[in-house]
Write a protein that binds this ligand. Structure first.
Ligand code: FE2
Ligand code: FE2
Length: 163
């Protein structure tokens, strides 16, 4: 099932579930970032890339493809519209950082100690940015999703299918 076709009746629950996954993995990544400080730089790059693909890229697509259009489709008012605008800008920044991190991780085996430390700091900064972003969504957007769940579902049922 494509991410923009998720069952819409559980929008708040689905968002919370995906954010919980981000928080769990953030701890693993933080550990990976620390590991990179002291060792030869070997780390499970595949696992890190899978994490970002599933929990960040796919999650952002879910929000951009399902959650945000549904919210905007229910005339949420200027405060929520401004919040969505801000969250979209953060998605772009996060996606760019993830792309740059992938490139850096692929060269990690050739990196010297200073470069590995810099990479480690980059992983930590990204994890912090992700957690702040998810917390902002949990605090400021989830209450709207919960309160307007029926209107959101009605909107998603009637909107034209994306191809
Ligand atoms: Fe987001
Ligand atoms: Fe999110």
């Amino acid at each position: 099932m494509a991410n923009d076709e998720l069952p819409s009746q559980d929008l708040p629950e689905e968002m919370l579930r995906q954010h919980a996954a981000v928080s769990e993995w953030a701890q693993v990544l933080e550990a990976a970032g620390q590991l990179l400080d002291q060792t030869s730089g070997e780390l499970d790059q595949g696992a890190i890339e899978r994490f970002f693909k599933h929990n960040v890229h796919d999650h952002i697509q879910f929000e951009e493809g399902v959650v945000f259009p549904a919210v905007l489709g229910t005339d949420p008012g200027p405060a929520i519209e401004a919040l969505i605008h801000e969250l979209r800008k953060e998605h772009i920044a996060i996606s760019r950082t993830v792309g740059a991190l992938f490139v850096a991780l692929r060269g990690a085996h050739r990196a010297d100690e200073a470069q590995r430390r810099a990479l480690s700091r980059e992983v930590k900064r990204l994890v912090e940015a992700l957690l702040l972003h998810a917390a902002k969504e949990d605090d400021q957007l989830l209450p709207y999703l919960t309160e307007h769940q029926q209107a959101l579902v009605a909107y998603l049922r009637t909107r034209p299918r994306r191809r």
